[in-house]
Design a protein around this ligand. Structure first.
Ligand code: AVI
Length: 321
């Protein structure tokens, strides 16, 4: 069976078509790149879970500690009877900390692209928080523009933990904050987790762990392209590179080709020079002030920022027009 036939045979959905188009566009560009949203298939999500428990990867532990310590102060900002919308909810571990402290929240609205996962988690949340209305919404929060219908009659508050905002380019982060402002409404409070700029060696270790889990997470992108698009990437011929770009305040992740090689994806051949890289992710780091300036430029007033010196949790308020 030719590669093309194999691809056609395993091409059941529009999603696969979009994936193939994005992969070929990114690998035909100069320099080559792949969109980081494709990290999170089943294998990639499991690897990310492992990353969050690595000794070198401080952000998750730091943020959980900050939320634990300041949950009552955070909860006191939510208006009575409000709906708490979480953008890109995942397993809602962090929301649970806030919800436990927030008697004023009447509804929790986790928004995520992965429907199966959301429904499973919603069942657990209904059991653990019987007084709360749980309204999971399957949607791509990066393109969402309207508040979910279930929350139309309630005041809304927002939650966006995990420093996922750091994986957006700064102009995309500003665009997202502006859209979130329209979704949450005038006067709304928005709680956002943001990783801080810090000593480059701490950052370097967080993305170059000794066990090599981050390397596996990065290489899983190529494994996923092989699995889903029938490509023939030799995973042994690519290396994980992660480094801090101080000028742009960001960790960059790349996959470097260890030799000159050709890779076949669908009906396209991609040439790699020895040492050529595919840029797979940026993880921007902000100071408290630089994030507050970004938020301010997107219509939000900084209310407070809690930090342990490594990570920050911001409270923002949307202007009342
Ligand atoms: C999801 N995101 C905030 C992680 C980060 O730190 O930028 C993704 C990640 N990439 C490598 N390790 C973790």
């Amino acid at each position: 069976m030719s590669t093309q036939t194999a691809v056609r045979a395993r091409r059941p959905t529009q999603q696969t078509d979009a994936f193939a188009a994005d992969v070929i566009a990114g690998l035909s560009a100069k320099p080559k790149y792949l969109p980081p949203k494709y990290f999170y298939d089943l294998a990639g999500s499991a690897l990310f879970e492992r990353i969050t428990r690595l000794p070198e990867y401080y952000p998750t532990r730091s943020e959980l500690g900050i939320l634990d310590k300041h949950a009552p102060a955070i909860a006191s900002l939510f208006p009575p009877g409000c709906a708490l919308l979480e953008f890109g909810a995942g397993a809602s571990t962090k929301a649970r900390i806030v919800l436990r402290a927030a008697a004023s929240v009447e509804a929790y609205v986790p928004i995520d692209i992965s429907g199966d996962f959301l429904q499973q988690d919603a069942a657990r949340l209904r059991r653990d928080f019987p007084h709360l209305a749980i309204h999971p919404v399957v949607a791509d929060f990066t393109t969402m523009v309207e508040p979910p219908l279930e929350t139309a009659a309630k005041p809304r508050a927002g939650f966006f933990p995990g420093s996922t905002i750091g994986n957006f380019e700064p102009h995309e982060a500003a665009g997202f904050l502006r859209r979130a402002g329209r979704i949450l409404g005038p006067g709304a409070v928005f709680i956002v987790g943001v990783d801080l700029t810090k000593a480059p060696d701490i950052l370097y270790r967080a993305y170059n762990d000794a066990e090599g889990v981050t390397a596996k997470f990065n290489l899983n992108l190529l494994a996923r392209i092989n699995r889903e698009l029938g490509a023939n990437f030799d995973l042994e011929a690519f290396e994980h590179h992660a480094f801090y770009n101080a000028e742009r305040s960001r960790i960059e992740m790349h996959l470097a080709s260890t030799k000159r090689q050709k890779v076949r994806i669908c009906d396209t051949t991609i040439d790699f020079r020895a040492g050529e890289t595919i840029h797979t992710e940026n993880s921007y780091k902000y100071s408290i002030q630089s994030f507050q300036a970004l938020a301010h430029g997107s219509g939000w007033s900084p209310l407070n920022a809690w930090t342990d010196g490594l990570f920050s949790v911001h409270a923002l308020r949307m202007a009342v027009d």
